[in-house]
Each structure stands twice: as structure tokens, then as C-alpha cells.
Design a protein around this ligand. Structure first.
Ligand SMILES: [Zn+2]
Length: 340
């Protein structure tokens, strides 16, 4: 099959379109022909080098496609079925997996991170990863769902415990995870404030349901949040930007509020005053992916049309390098998808 692999860590130039052997599915695996694979910032982190990645390596976490072959130990699937893949790998037999918290499994990783991903034509995966999709979702839309909607659901629902009527600040509306968070917060009838770097993105954020938008290049986020909330601050800050926004996120919190974070796109090191943390009784929550139960829960809302994936643009798989370069410019609103 064709695949894009990295043989060394580095810039977009290390992405190499080449022939690799077809995967040979085990009897307990499903072989899927990949029709679409969405990009995530994780792809850039893995490409530039993080521990646990063995080379050569295939990137890509968010996969949609068609079943080619079903292992003889598996029931309930058939060749030709349209599916998406749960974007994660876990042992499926430890205490955490059995308890349904797969993202605390010692073997837990994201597809395309410590295991090969979907920037290729075929992938063999355990049946637990395979989820049929409805006909009204095309493959590009389906590939744009799993990682960001699962991440945003786990952050807001699983970790922050969002409740109706709360006020939520969602940073970076144009990011896939921001797009998911705005919609999920609105599903809970929350009041949503969001940020973006240009007017076109701010308009699209409003169209998704955001109640207030802040241009983070022209306006100071915490000042605007204070003005919008009558000096009160927000209940939840949805963080994934990291160093560039952390101080503004802190200043936007009301007493007793929560920052929940899943990323550090602009840098991982931040500092804060411990007195601010304890006197205002704040909670800082880390969040990583989510559970299989949460994936099914959020997918039920996507499949029913209450939450909508947003595709920014597509590239052929052989042009993955151009897709990475495009993502690094951060001009997108929604997901970038490659097609084998
Ligand atoms: Zn496990």
C-alpha cells in the first residue's frame, strides 16, 4: 500500500510518500480501507519528535473508511461497512480498561502517536475500535469527529462537570477542539465566550452558537470577559493554547471556577501565584482524550445532528507535507483532512 512515513524527526520535509507492505490483520482484527484521515496538532508534535515513537512511523489519528476484511473471531461487522475508528489504543483487559476508563490504561496511546496511524491506505485494528457511521456523514466529516469531539466532551463533561447556565470561555474557536467545545457547551445551554485571531473566524464561531467573540490580537481576553460577565468572570475556561493564553485564562476565572486543559500548542511552561489558586478556590484540571463510553455518548449527538464536524479543506495523501505546512500557518477553521 501507499503510506506517508517519517524515518526521522523534523520539519514537514521528513514526511515521505512511499510503498510499504500491506498490514496483515490477525483473526481478532478488522482490516479497514482508509478513505479519510484528519490532521491534529499531535501530528506535528510526533513529527518533530516525542518519546515513545519508533521509526519509521505512520502519523494520523482520525480515521474513517470502509471495512475490507473481518477476522474470524469477530462478529457483528461485515465487509463494505462504513466506519470511523476510535482514535486510541489500550490493552482492553486491565482494571482501568475494565472499569471503562481506557484513557488511564498503562498502554493507552493515541493512534498515530506510539502506534502507527492512518496516513496510509489500510489499517488493521481490534474490533473495539470500529464504529459504524450513518449514511448522512461523508468520510471527510466522519474523520473530523473522533479526536476533537471526544477530547472536548471529556474536558467539559467528564472533567469540568459542566452544568446548564454556566459561562464557559473557549479559547481559539478555529481549532477543531474549540469548534467541538463551543457546540458541546451550547448543548448544555451554557453561555459561551470564545476567541479567534480574525473576523472571518469570529463570524464562523458565532454561527456555531458562540454568544460572545473576542479578537485575541486586538482585545485583551480577560478585560473583555470581565465586561461581558459584569466583572464576575467565567465558570470554566477551556484551555488548549498554553503559554500564550494562560495568564489571561487565570484572570478570566470567577472564584470557585475551573481551568481544564488538554494542550499546550504555544508552549508547556506557565507560572501562577499559589495564593490566587487557594484564596479563590480554583481548580486546575488536566484532561487527555476520553473514554470509550464518552466517545459513544458524544457520537450519539453527532450522529443525531446536534453536534457538527467542520471540515476546513482536504489534501491528497501524497500532499501530506503541504497539509502540515498549511496547519502550521493556523489559517484553518476546522479540520484538515487527507484522502489516500
Ligand atoms: Zn488497559
Amino acid at each position: 500500500m501507499k503510506a506517508v512515513r517519517i524515518h526521522e524527526f523534523g520539519g514537514p520535509e521528513v514526511l515521505r510518500y512511499e510503498d510499504v507492505p500491506d498490514p496483515k490483520p490477525r483473526k481478532d482484527q478488522v482490516l479497514v480501507r482508509i478513505k479519510a484521515c484528519a490532521l491534529n496538532h499531535l501530528d506535528i508534535f510526533v513529527r518533530t519528535g516525542i518519546p515513545g515513537v519508533t521509526l519509521p512511523h505512520i502519523l494520523g489519528s482520525d480515521i474513517a473508511g470502509e471495512i475490507v476484511e473481518v477476522g474470524e473471531y469477530i462478529t457483528g461487522f461485515r465487509a463494505g461497512q462504513r466506519v470511523l475508528l476510535a482514535p486510541m489504543h489500550f490493552c482492553n483487559r486491565c482494571a482501568k480498561c475494565e472499569a471503562g476508563v481506557q484513557n488511564l490504561c498503562r498502554e493507552f496511546t493515541v493512534l498515530g502517536n506510539a502506534v502507527d496511524g492512518g496516513n496510509c491506505e489500510l489499517i488493521a485494528v481490534p474490533a473495539v475500535n470500529v464504529i459504524p457511521i450513518p449514511d448522512n456523514l461523508d468520510f471527510n466529516q466522519a474523520a473530523s469527529i473522533p479526536l476533537v469531539f471526544l477530547t472536548a466532551w471529556h474536558m467539559l463533561v467528564g472533567r469540568a462537570g459542566i452544568r446548564p447556565g454556566q459561562t464557559v470561555l473557549v479559547l481559539a474557536a478555529g481549532a477543531g477542539v474549540g469548534i467541538a467545545a463551543i457546540q458541546i457547551a451550547k448543548l448544555f445551554n451554557a453561555h459561551v465566550i470564545t476567541t479567534a485571531g480574525d473576523e472571518a473566524k469570529l463570524e464562523k464561531a458565532k454561527a456555531l452558537g458562540a454568544d460572545h467573540v473576542i479578537n485575541h490580537y486586538k482585545q485583551k481576553i480577560s478585560h473583555e470577559v470581565r465586561a461581558i460577565t459584569n466583572k464576575e468572570g467565567v465558570d470554566i475556561v477551556f484551555e488548549h493554547v498554553g503559554a500564550a493564553t494562560w495568564d489571561e485564562s487565570m484572570k478570566s476565572l470567577k472564584p470557585g471556577a475551573v481551568i481544564v486543559t488538554c494542550g499546550a500548542t504555544t508552549g508547556p511552561s506557565v507560572s501562577f501565584d499559589l495564593r490566587f489558586l487557594f484564596m479563590r478556590q480554583l481548580s486546575f484540571l488536566g484532561s487527555y482524550m476520553g473514554t470509550m463510553g464518552e466517545l459513544y455518548e458524544v457520537l450519539s449527538h453527532v450522529f443525531a445532528g446536534r453536534l457538527k464536524p467542520v471540515v476546513d479543506r482536504t489534501f491528497p495523501l501524497r500532499e501530506l507535507r503541504a497539509a502540515h505546512e498549511y496547519m502550521e500557518k493556523s489559517h484553518m477553521f476546522g479540520k484538515i483532512v487527507v484522502n489516500p
